[in-house]
Each structure stands twice: as C-alpha cells, then as structure tokens.
Design a protein around this ligand. Structure first.
Ligand SMILES: NC(=O)c1ccc[n+]([C@@H]2O[C@H](COP(=O)([O-])OP(=O)(O)OC[C@H]3O[C@@H](n4cnc5c(N)ncnc54)[C@H](OP(=O)(O)O)[C@@H]3O)[C@@H](O)[C@H]2O)c1
Length: 255
C-alpha cells in the first residue's frame, strides 16, 4: 500500500455506508482523505467528524457517473494534494429487479454508476499514476458478482463485470508495478441494505467492514472479502455445476 505521505486517499461514495466508514478509518490512520459523493451536507458532516483524527477529510463533490466531473475531480486532487496514492472506488447503487418487471432505466443507472463510473475513475487516474509511479487501486464490487442471483439482474451483472475488470487490470498493474485489489463484501448494514426486505445472513456492522477493508489494503491478497463465514460459503457455491447451483440457490432464497 502506498503511504499517506505519497498523496491523498480518494474514496468515492463516501457520504454514507461503507465509503463513509472507510474514509473515517483512513483519517484515523493519518491519511488526507478526499471524500467524494453528490451529497454536500453529508460530506461536510463527515469532514467535521474527522477533525479529532490524525488525518483529515476533504469533501470533493463529484457525481461518479459524470465523466467530466470525475476528470475535474482527479485534476483537483493532483494539484491540491500532490497526487492520489490510494483510490477506493466504492460508489454504487442496488436496485432490485426481476425479469417480469425489468426497468431498463434502472438497469442503465446501475451500469452507468457501478461499472462505467468506476471505469471512468480508473481512466482519469491512469495518466497521473503513469506519470508519478504511484497508484494503489481498490474497487468495491460484491459477492453478488460471483454468480447470478435472484433479484440482482443489473446489480449482479455490474459487479461480475467489475470483478472481471479488476482481474484483467491485475496483469497490467503487475507489469507497471502498481497494486490493484477487488473488494467483495457480503451483507453490511448500510442505507443500501436497510431497504432490503429479505434475510441477510451474517449482516456485518459497517465499522467492522471498514476495518476489514482497510486492513486488507495493507495485505498482499488480490481479493478482500468479508464476513468470511458467509463469503467462503458463496465461493463454494460458485464452484458448483449449474445442475446443483440453481436448485440450491432457489431453495436458500425461497425463489
Ligand atoms: N452494503 C452491502 O451489504 C454491500 C455488499 C456488497 C457490496 N456493496 C457495495 O459497497 C458499495 C457501498 O455500498 P453501501 O452499502 O455503503 O451503500 P450506501 O450507503 O447506499 O452508499 C452509497 C454511496 O454511493 C454514493 N453514490 C451514489 N450515487 C453516486 C454517484 N452518481 N456519484 C457519486 N457517488 C454516488 C452515495 O452518495 P450520494 O448519494 O451522496 O452521491 C453513497 O455515498 C457499493 O458499491 C455497493 O454495491 C455493499
């Protein structure tokens, strides 16, 4: 992991949930954190919450789905903070869906934010990282990207694409001497999961999840996943043939 002295840490989707908790943990570790989201009030409150930490949190208003805003934000981070040493690309959206109620606008919104928003951030960071020799990237995907799940047509597709994107990036980042990691959480208690009306096994406290994520950034593993009791079970499911996978998941989810 690059050090706090190498530049700032950029966390997207920092106004609530996992991103907010990660930003605070990084500030406690001494980082200057550029915290991005669209919600100005929440970011201002977050910056105030970090005042007692050894680091600091600087709000950077940015709609990640807007490529021009992302490019402008990265330019600002480079000029104001001497570069981006670490990027935790976490902004994301989950809108439940199913085949008989498919909403293409909702589908597109998730593709634009979860997938294209993340790719746009990487695209804006790369020229800067190539110039400076720095760059540690962590992309927040989900175990929902492991395999198809009911109620998760668009979300699961974007998260599967992000895992694949990071796997592909890994080859280039190795060649360039940079670090890339993919973060695949199970269920974490946040405003995103507060809307869910189905059972969420091993639902994790958000501060604990942020600790697991940030601790994982210092490790050598490509994937950071938590809570392992749940996500390792899903890894086993992932390896099953379709004839076992579909009935098992249908039974477990009541679909
Ligand atoms: N919670 C879980 O169980 C869980 C599990 C697996 C993966 N994840 C992933 O973890 C990430 C964070 O989720 P969360 O649970 O913490 O959700 P959350 O509390 O709803 O936070 C989502 C964050 O994304 C930001 N955001 C939304 N649209 C944006 C946009 N267009 N531009 C910039 N920021 C935007 C939101 O801020 P504004 O609305 O202010 O912009 C907010 O800060 C997501 O990628 C999610 O898919 C979560």
């Amino acid at each position: 992991m690059n050090a706090a002295s190498d530049g700032c840490a950029w966390v997207t989707g920092a106004s609530s949930g996992i991103g907010r908790a990660v930003a605070l943990r990084l500030a406690r570790d001494g980082w200057t954190v550029a915290a991005s989201a669209r919600g100005e009030d929440a970011l201002t409150e977050l910056a105030a919450a970090a005042e007692a930490t050894p680091g600091r949190i600087v709000p950077v208003l940015c709609d990640v789905a807007d490529r021009q805003q992302v490019e402008k934000a990265v330019e600002g981070l480079v000029s104001d903070h001497g570069g981006v040493a670490l990027a935790v690309l976490n902004a994301g959206l989950y809108l439940p869906d199913r085949a008989d109620e498919l909403d293409l606008d909702a589908f597109g919104k998730q593709v634009n934010l979860n997938l294209m928003g993340t790719v746009g951030c990487v695209g804006a960071l790369m020229p800067h990282w190539l110039e400076t020799g720095k760059g540690h990237l962590a992309v927040v995907s989900s175990v929902a990207g492991y395999r198809g799940l009911p109620g998760s047509l668009a979300y699961g597709a974007t998260k599967a694409a992000l895992i694949n994107f990071c796997e592909g990036l890994r080859f280039d980042f190795d060649r360039l001497g940079r670090k890339v990691q993919v973060v695949n959480p199970g269920f974490v208690k946040t405003p995103l999961t507060d809307k869910n009306n189905f059972p969420m096994p091993f639902l994790m406290d958000v501060d604990k999840a942020a600790d697991r994520l940030v601790d994982g950034l210092a490790g050598s593993g490509f994937e950071i996943t938590f809570p392992r009791r749940f996500t390792y079970g899903l890894k086993l499911l992932r390896s099953l043939p379709y004839r076992l996978y579909f009935p098992l998941v249908a039974r477990a989810t009541g679909k």
